[in-house]
Design a protein around this ligand. Structure first.
Ligand SMILES: [Zn+2]
Ligand SMILES: [Zn+2]
Length: 253
């Protein structure tokens, strides 16, 4: 019996954790500062403090949070005037500061170690209640060319991470991004809507017919992308579309 085994299981766990932390120190997902010990949220305390979780009150349709409003949930100015093709959109955190950086290294550098942190930041029962109500979970597709370059679809990775108990509902093959679009970054709301118009097509209409669909993506910026996906899904007889994104930009519609 080796010395470590004689010392008991508690010591063994501590020992291996210490070794792991020496050789593979955990780093803050935003500023890369070394973190001591394992934690559920891999942000240093300064970055963690800058993360804002989206809480009520928010717009009943698009989920836009009302920072200064003391009342309950209600429609935002945009949703009073315009309609969406989805019935409601919800997001967990604001897309800014440390979250924007953590999403960037996940999406563009393929660093998957932030996924546990993303899940841990989502409040309570949010994921369970959202997925329970849907028949099908559809990640927003990326263009095959982008998929080849990036190696993964970030929306599919997030859907699998967020909804492990509903894995059989996740279907990345019913919707396809058939048109190459320029990056949405730097475009206005109207430009973004024009940019994604007709960018998607339904591949398996029979699978979505009369189904309640949950669309999943990483970030809701103006909503142009998920709205276009929802339009095509509804045009192909989906019953209802809801949207869940990990983060939501403070961008105005
Ligand atoms: Zn940090
Ligand atoms: Zn709204």
């Amino acid at each position: 019996m080796c010395v470590l085994e004689k010392m008991g299981p508690i010591f063994r766990i501590g020992f291996w954790e210490i070794l792991r932390d020496i050789f593979f120190p955990e780093r803050c997902l935003s500023c890369s500062k070394g973190l001591q010990g394992r934690r559920t949220v891999s942000f240093c305390s300064a970055c963690h403090e800058d993360i804002r979780i989206i809480r009520e009150p928010y717009c009943t349709v698009c989920g836009k949070p009302f920072i200064k409003s003391a009342g309950g949930n209600h429609l935002c100015g945009y949703c009073i005037k315009k309609s969406w093709n989805f019935s409601r959109a919800r997001a967990a955190v604001y897309y800014e500061g440390p979250i924007a950086e953590a999403v960037r290294i996940f999406k563009y550098n393929g660093k998957m170690y932030g996924l546990d942190t993303f899940t841990a930041l989502i409040p309570g029962n949010t994921l369970k209640s959202i997925s329970q109500e849907s028949d099908l979970i559809v990640p927003v597709p990326v263009h095959p060319k982008r998929l080849r370059k990036r190696g993964f679809n970030q929306a599919l990775v997030l859907a699998r991470k967020f909804f492990p108990e509903s894995r059989n509902k996740i279907d990345p093959h019913v919707l396809e991004r058939c048109q190459w679009t320029m990056s949405q970054a730097g475009l206005s709301g109207a430009e973004r809507r024009g940019n994604v118009r007709n960018a998607f097509r339904v591949l398996q209409r029979e699978k979505i017919k009369n189904k309640k669909i949950l669309l999943v993506d990483d970030v809701f910026t103006t909503g142009a992308t998920v709205n276009e996906c929802a339009r095509i899904l509804k045009k192909n007889q989906a019953a209802e579309i809801e949207v869940f994104t990990f983060a939501r930009s403070v961008f105005r519609n």
